[in-house]
Structures are given as C-alpha cells and as structure tokens.
Write a protein that binds this ligand. Structure first.
Ligand code: CO
Length: 134
C-alpha cells in the first residue's frame, strides 16, 4: 500500500542554524524559509536525490510542533511521510488492520496542497506517520 518516502520532517529550535547545517556542513540543496501559516510552521526544504527533509519551526501561537519542541529542546524527527495512490483506500485498509487515524479521519490538504492523514504514533513504534496522496 505505501509507496515512496516523500519526506522526513525534523522539528528544529533554530531554523537558520538548521538550514546552514544542511547547506554548509552537509552540502545539501536547501530552500529559503517558506512560512505556512495555515499549518503553523515555517519550513525549509532540503532536496536530496531520493527524498526531501523538511526542517520545521513553529509559526504562530498554535503551532502543532510547539509541544514537541518543548519536550525536545534540541529538536528531533517529528514525522515521516509515505506516499499512497489513494488516500481513502489507504485509510480504510489501515483502519481495518487496526491502525488509528488522528483527528476526524478525514483527509486534510497538507503542506504540499495534497490530501494527507496522520496515523497514531503508538501504533507505529513511536513514530508519527503522515500519508500523502500523490
Ligand atoms: Co509532513
């Protein structure tokens, strides 16, 4: 059911520092910061040959990553995102197999303007999973 790894999202306490780390120390192609107010984050996209890393920093008062950073002062992996061909079909199969879908279970338009859902980290070895229809 799941396809390619679309991205790994890393919450970071200092976006400029994290971008410089990937650009200057690691030699990766790094975007300018992209504010995404609807999602409560500012994102720097790191382009790798086979996937993307998304460096996330809180934006606004109700950022979904604020609590995560409060618990992980140095930052950390926030979620991984797998591609699926049909998000409703994937959701129904996952639920039938015992996975919990977060929120009301209806896909939302995610940071790439594509439908996404999140799966409960307790059902996936402590890792928050995003699935994105591509
Ligand atoms: Co994501």
């Amino acid at each position: 059911m799941i396809g390619r790894l679309n991205h790994i999202a890393i919450a970071v306490p200092d976006l400029a520092k994290a971008a410089a780390l990937y650009r200057d120390t690691m030699g990766a192609k790094v975007s300018a910061p992209v504010p995404q107010p609807a999602h409560g984050v500012t994102v720097v996209f790191v382009e790798l040959p086979n996937t993307k890393i998304e460096l996330l920093h809180p934006l606004g008062d109700k950022s979904p990553i604020a609590n995560f950073l409060a618990r992980n002062a140095d930052g950390g992996i926030h979620h991984v995102c797998y591609e699926v061909a049909d998000i409703y079909k994937a959701r129904d199969q996952l639920k039938a197999r015992g996975a919990r879908v977060l929120g009301d279970g209806e896909p939302k338009i995610g940071a790439h303007d594509k439908p996404v859902l999140f799966l409960h980290p307790k059902d996936f070895n402590g890792t928050l999973i995003e699935i994105e229809q591509v």
